[in-house]
Each structure stands twice: as C-alpha cells, then as structure tokens.
Design a protein around this ligand. Sequence first.
Ligand code: PMP
Ligand code: GLN
Length: 386
Amino acid sequence: MKPLNPTFAGTGTTIFSVMSALANQHGAVNLGQGFPDTDGPLALRERAAQALIEGPNQYPPMMGVESLRQALARHAERFYDLNYDWRSEIVVTSGGTEALTASIMGLVKPGDEVVLIEPAYDSYRPVVEAVGGIAKPIRLSAPGWELTEQALAAVFSEKTKAIMLNSPMNPAGKVFTEAELVLVAKFLIKFDALAICDEVYEHLTFDGLKHKPLATFPGMRDRCVRVGSAGKMFSLTGWKVGWVEGPAALIGAVAKAHQFITFTTPNALQIAVAHGIETAEDFFLNLAKELEGNRNYLARELKDIGFNPLPAQGTYFLTTDISGLRFNGSDVEFCKHMTEQARVAAIPLSVFFTGEAPQTLVRFAFCKQRHVLEEAVKRLRTHFAK
Ligand code: PMP
Ligand code: GLN
C-alpha cells in the first residue's frame, strides 16, 4: 500500500479517548477527559427535542441558523462590546474542534508558519501540518506559564501567518494577562499576522478574573477570529455546536473550508443553543462559581495527599506537579498507574508539548459533581497512604 497521510496515520489516538477507555476498563473515576457529568439546562434540551419533532429537519443554512448567528452577535456585543455582522462575520460549526480546523484550513496556506503556545491543545498541530503549515512552538513553564517578549521574538518572523491563542488555556488553566495580550498584539502588527483565538472557556474564569478577547485590543478586531463552543457554555459537550466570529474577509475564507468539512450542523441543536444564549446566561455564570468551588476543594485535598497543585484561573482543569509523590516513571506512566491502581484517571501534560517535555505534570478535570470528586479524593488518599 502506498503511504497514507503521515500526519494522521502516524499519530496515536488522542489522549482523551485513551484515558477514558482505560478509566472505563478499570472502573476509575474519570477526571481525565474534560466533560461535565451533569447535562446543561433542561430548557435547552426541551427546545432541541421540540425542534426535532416540529422541524425544520432539512439542511440548515451553511453559515448557521439565523437565530443562532443573531444571538451570537448580541452575545459578543453584550459581553465584550465587539460588533459582528451576523450575516457575514459569524459562521456556525460542528463544535469548537471543527471551528478550529475550518479556521486553520481557511487561513493557513502551505509553507506558512503558525505559532503554537505549549502546552497546546492537541488538535492544533496535526491540522496545521495537514494543510502544509509549519508549527513554531513556544514553550511556557509552570507554574505561572508566563508568555514573554523574548519567547515571541524567537518564533515570529515574516513567515508567521498566525498564532493559536487559547485563553482561558487548556490544559494549563491560565488566563493570559492584559500585558501578555498587548505583547501578542504588538507582534501580530509588526509581522502582519493573524490570531486564531480559541476562547471555548470564555465564561469559565475564577477569582473575579474576566476573559478579555484579543479581538478587543487596538488594531486586533481585523486580525482575530474567535472560536467558541456551546458544549462548554452550556455543559452539552456531546452536542458539538461551535462557531467562529471575525472580520468578513477572514470568516468568508473560514466558511469556504467549513462548507467542505461538515457544510452545516443539526438544526435542532442550533435552535436550542440560540434559545440558551438569549435566555439562560445565568447558567454559565453560576457554572463558573460552582467550578471555582470544585477547584478549591480539589486543590486543597490533592495538596494534602502530596500533589502540588498549580494555579488554575479558568477552564475545567487543575494541573498538579507530582514530583513530591516520588513516582518512578513518566507522567504518562503515572496516569496509567493511578488509573489502574488508585482507580482515578487524569491526563499527563507531556502530550501537549513537542519534543522533550516536562514529566511531572498531571491534569485533573474538576467539572464533576462534588460527590464524584470526593470519591476520587477518597481513592487517592487510600492509594497514596500506602
Ligand atoms: N479547544 C479547547 C481548548 C478545548 O478544550 C476543546 C474541548 N474540550 C475544544 C477546543 C473543542 O471544543 P468542542 O468540544 O466544542 O469541539
Ligand atoms: N477538550 C477536552 C479535554 O481537554 C476533550 C475533548 C475531546 O475529547 N476531544 O479534556
């Protein structure tokens, strides 16, 4: 057989599926893959059910159902004072994952360099490479994951087409500071580059921190596309409704890719998400408070067990340093061991880096009911007390 596309044929299964399968196999509490264990608002699910029965059930518009695009335009204005024309500056996709893929496919051409900030979400690099782009990683360091001018200067050049900017950032749980965003903006202007802003956790920030899209900084609106996800907004990760917002020139190109990836996304789910954005904002505002409580609980307990929890300012995730536990092996081996022996699953951070990666960082998802976190803590206490 002739060689298949090495970007995909040569890649393993995503760590999220691998760890979830291992968790199931061993009856482990799954704090690996990030998904809430309670479904989002009933009103949205009822709206979706009604739309499935009553229709429409044929192809929605390629750019997305009108009511959803209009709701998204109002949402961006209400929260960030960003004005997007719902007709030409918003495209609905099948989840944030497709939104990212369509953005990369639509904006990056072969030979373009794309800056990735590591630890980087695992879908970025393969898609950049599949379109012939060249990934230029910047490596951030725990515990603060600061993005410096030197780090940006080392990777930006005339060949830079775009940066992938994920804030709040998975897996690090970092919210980029105003000063860091100003620096990114400076480099984008200097090298005439774009930003693909992965903002799927936009509403899940803690300690009074507010998410500020890079697109709101001077000169940035026309250089940024903003990726969002209803899965994260409404705890409905299986719905796979996402979107991209940005200037018409960029969204036009993203939509050209979208039309050949999925073309569109189920009507009923789009209609329900539109309803949610218009009527159920309190859901994600309360969710952030609940998650903050979970983070505090899990950080306190894990510290007591011997993990060293790093700051987590947003997302579903708490990263911990495991050096204090004196495990003899890599982070991947540690997570495997913990899933099999303590029956609690987590995600090793090394998979989010290129090349030699730190081996002592492990991510726990805290988007779970409190009694589930308590059960995980109980199991970890028993295991690590041995
Ligand atoms: N970006 C990041 C940083 C994520 O964590 C995720 C999913 N957890 C996505 C994108 C994909 O979002 P979706 O599930 O809507 O495809
Ligand atoms: N983004 C989720 C996480 O970080 C997983 C999504 C997936 O499984 N593709 O855990």
